[in-house]
Design a protein around this ligand. Structure first.
Ligand code: SAM
Length: 396
């Protein structure tokens, strides 16, 4: 199949039909990436925090200051729920594998949440503790619902041999894949050693920083998979070049990502609402942090894959509802899980970007989260976000 041109209509709610890719014009272009920054600790903020301005003085005038949310009223009952959830979310425990060196297990701490230890150019913005793991596993379930039970979309052969999942998180995708393809040899990498010990015999986990030159030889993998790595990759061009190098001729790369933009077709998500502000803070924070959260908006997947040399690139867009607002039963279920992903660890998604990058204080963040939860529960809000799957083949 040759590369074909694509114009991108607004995606349908739920799964859509395949769309061959073409270069698309991004809404805006991202400034050159800032130097790589590391997660910070509550005790000793690193350059990541120090080099960035607090939101209050942000150059992005679209971002409302933390004070705005402190002055805005929140209904009492909803605020109580938030407090309860916040308590349980902060300071969650962490599983670890036994065989790893001490330095890898030397997790960093930010306001009671743990983040991976110092490793290469990695700076993951999500914690690596139990609360985040639970949210990631719910997200996995939601993604398989979105894809009608499929784990991937690329036309890989049934006898696929060597497979890698980059940034595997809890390893749940890799475990499912290894179970489904017992003859395949599956490797899954991450910067945090938080994967379980009891996994299929054909799966192994490795600690590896995807932002550095990959440790694998040329032409190693038949299939390379990644999901939800937005905000984690410092240079997508370099990332896809490494993927191309390590992919076997005829093999596939498949990247699942999503927009952090909460959208609505009826204007129920406004720019100044908590959901509207979530988008702005992630976009501006990503610019400061040097790791883009505009992977979908700036078509970084298609561009990066094409520039690296992949061909037959296919783009599939899915519109994923947030909340049980759709009438359709399946979409209602999908939206309920999407909401649960956020609710199960709201602090985990927000804390690093709002605190270490944008300079908000913990109590300011908690108030913002309370507003966000309230909007998530508002039945008049019909929010959705875009989920994009892009895959391409390394020419034989
Ligand atoms: C949002 S989670 C997604 C996990 C998994 N892909 C999934 O979809 O369930 C992002 C994962 O990427 C990992 N990560 C972040 N930066 C990384 C890097 N530079 N190299 C490898 N993994 C990284 C994080 O530790 C985290 O587990």
């Amino acid at each position: 199949m040759a590369d074909k041109k694509r114009t991108t209509p607004a995606p349908e709610v739920g799964p859509s039909s395949p769309t061959p890719a073409s270069a698309t014009t991004p809404e805006t272009t991202q400034s050159p990436a800032a130097p790589a920054q590391s997660p910070t600790t509550a005790q000793s903020p690193t350059a990541a925090a120090a080099a960035t301005e607090p939101a209050h003085t942000s150059t992005d005038s679209d971002i409302l200051p933390a004070q705005h949310w402190q002055n805005a009223p929140i209904e009492e009952a909803e605020f109580d729920d938030d407090d309860e959830d916040a308590d349980s979310a902060f300071g969650g425990g962490t599983d670890s594998t036994a065989s790893l060196s001490e330095s890898i297990l030397n997790f960093r701490n930010l306001h009671g949440r743990t983040y991976h230890s110092d490793i290469g150019a990695a700076a993951a913005w999500t914690p690596n503790d139990e609360s985040q793991a639970e949210s990631m596993d719910i997200h996995h379930h939601m993604c398989t619902l979105l894809l009608d039970g499929k784990l991937f979309l690329a036309p890989i052969p049934d006898d696929v041999q060597k497979v890698i999942d980059i940034g595997t998180g809890t390893g749940i995708w890799a475990i499912d894949f290894a179970d489904t393809y017992p003859a395949a040899n599956v490797i899954a990498t991450d910067v945090s050693p938080v994967q379980p010990n009891w996994v299929p015999p054909n799966l192994s986990f490795e600690i590896d920083d995807a932002n550095q030159e990959w440790t694998f030889k040329d032409n190693t993998f038949d299939y390379i998979h990644l999901r939800a790595m937005f905000g984690s990759i410092a240079d997508w061009g370099a990332f896809y070049r490494e993927a191309f190098r390590c992919c076997k001729p005829g093999g596939y790369l498949e990247d699942h990502s999503n927009s952090v933009k909460f959208d609505s077709d009826d204007g129920s998500v406004t720019p100044d609402s908590p959901m509207g502000q979530w988008t702005k803070v992630f976009w501006e924070g990503g610019r400061k942090f040097g790791r883009s959260f505009r992977v979908v908006e700036d078509s970084l997947q298609e561009k990066g894959m094409r520039e690296a040399g992949f061909v037959d690139i296919v783009v599939r867009d899915f519109k994923c509802p947030i909340g049980a607002w759709p009438k359709d039963k399946r979409l209602k279920e999908l939206g309920s899980f999407a909401k649960l992903v956020l609710e199960s660890d709201m602090e985990g998604y927000i804390l690093y970007m709002w605190s270490a990058v944008m300079g908000w204080k913990p109590d300011e963040i908690q108030v913002f989260i309370a507003h966000l939860r309230r909007q998530l529960n508002d039945k008049a809000v019909h929010a959705w976000y875009q989920h994009r799957v892009v895959y391409g083949r390394k020419p034989a």
